[in-house]
Design a protein around this ligand. Structure first.
Ligand SMILES: [Zn+2]
Ligand SMILES: [Zn+2]
Length: 344
């Protein structure tokens, strides 16, 4: 039987105690890591739209109270029994991929990203909206020395998701790649796409973000309210990849005709309503639509190293942990520029 030991000093955590509940700032005992785990002194944690799954109880089987947060940056301050590959004082991040079983069919094939029993930080176990958290070692990504905690945190979900989706998209340097949405995901997607050597077209609603999109590395900006973006993409030759970051199925549907032959719409903006597409839209030009979820801790490490190498950084607004409710509301308003980060 597993036993849980507690150290003495209490810590602060922002927890949700029931589906749809409000954030509560509570004092908790500092947990000790079990075998194969480490304890992280959390320095920063990004506030992601997917935290709505914890806040509103939308994940099957989630147990409460639960501390959300899967964009964690911190430092290991204790290692559990048997842990040799990680040590105290190492800076680490934890992202959406919070652990895998190593035994399911996908894991046995090395496809840990699609583990059937994947754990998610902040859903399967308490995440980063607290001063200390415990995580399994397979969820840990080393943070490069020159990357700050508040910059590293959003890269653990928004960053890796855009980076990993793009690097597996099949687009080659020089290809036309469109990024739909200039928000928490999109502002990173534009930067990565630019650094990968793509010709980047940013697509947003209204003219407001045109200058910013170009500053981030887009060579063109399409205002989807003023133009038919799919037609404009075809005038440029068609997009090899459209990275759909905006959580709008309607906006995604409207762009499918902007794909080049063999072009791919990659869906990372999470919504519950259907994308509309006719079979002929896909058959003509052998186009496809693919979803993509984050990646493993090793993918996160690649993301962090690439960001360090190329200067890709998130644009952030920071809030202290005590203002978790305010920070979450800010993220949900869609007005944050662009990633909200809690500091401990
Ligand atoms: Zn996320
Ligand atoms: Zn598995």
């Amino acid at each position: 039987m597993a036993t849980t030991k507690y150290a003495i000093a209490p810590m602060k955590a922002a927890q949700i105690s029931k589906p749809g509940g409000e954030f509560e700032i509570v004092e908790r005992e500092i947990p000790n890591p079990g075998p194969g785990q480490v304890r992280i002194k959390v320095q920063a944690c990004g506030v992601c739209h997917s935290d709505v799954l914890t806040k509103e109880g939308l994940w099957p089987g989630i147990q409460y109270p639960r501390v959300p947060g899967h964009e964690v940056a911190g430092v290991i301050d204790e290692v559990g029994p048997g842990v040799t590959a990680w040590s105290k004082g190492q800076r680490v991040g934890v992202g959406w991929h919070g652990g895998h079983d190593g035994t399911c069919r996908e894991c046995r094939r090395g496809d840990f990203r699609n583990c059937r029993n994947q754990k998610v930080a902040g859903i399967s176990y308490d995440g980063g909206y607290q001063q200390y958290m415990v995580a399994p070692i397979e969820a840990l990504a080393a943070i490069p020395a020159t990357l700050s905690d508040v910059d590293a945190a959003p890269l653990m979900c928004a960053g890796i998701t855009t980076y990993n989706a793009l690097r597996h998209s099949g687009a080659m340097p020089g290809d036309l790649v469109a990024v739909l949405g200039i928000g928490g995901l999109g502002h990173l997607g534009i930067q990565f796409a630019n650094k990968f050597g793509y010709k980047v077209v940013a697509i947003g609603r209204g003219p407001a973000n045109a200058a910013l999109a170009k500053k981030l590395g887009a060579s063109a900006y399409l205002d989807s309210q003023a133009t038919k973006a799919a037609e404009e993409l075809q005038k440029l030759g068609g997009a090899q990849v459209i990275l759909a970051t905006a959580p709008s199925s309607k906006a995604m549907s409207e762009l499918i005709d902007g794909l080049a032959p063999n072009g791919k719409l990659i869906v990372i903006g999470a919504t519950f309503d259907p994308i509309e597409v006719t079979p002929l839209q896909l058959i003509n030009g052998s186009r496809s639509i693919q979803g993509w979820a984050a990646g493993t801790a090793a993918d996160s490490e690649d993301t962090l190293r690439f960001a360090e190498l190329t200067g890709v950084r998130p644009m952030i607004e920071t809030y202290p942990l005590e203002k978790a409710a305010e920070a979450y509301a800010r993220m949900m308003s869609g007005k944050a520029e662009f990633r909200v980060v809690l500091t401990m």
